[in-house]
Design a protein. Sequence first.
Length: 148
Amino acid sequence: MQQVEIYTDGACSGNPGAGGWGAILRCQGVEKELSGGEANTTNNRMELTAVIEALKALKKPCKVILYTDSRYVMDGVTKWLPNWQINGWRTANKKTAVKNIDLWQTLESLLKNHQIKWVWIKGHNGHLENERVDELARNQAKSRILPN
């Protein structure tokens, strides 16, 4: 299995509001940047979308080191996801539906294809790749702000 480093971030202008996501994929000295966004979304949806789109870009199963500044995404995958599935995609109280269920289910299906090591990094702290994916995400969000 090839090893790939992935850096992801999401941004939103207003929450909800115009949003963007960015990702960097690095494998064997080759780097690829991905980004996109939506006109009306939330920061958490953009954080999830960044990870989803980065994993979708992988053409075969990989060993992935995935860097994110989103505790929502990282804790969701590493702590909450198994219980959500057991609870029928409901939160710990078993009454409230998991927010962003469509994205969580998509992400869950992609996780099966790869061996992923999750690494949390502090956002806006001078980490070169994190600053770059933040810039990609913010630029996408800005491009989707509708004029008044």
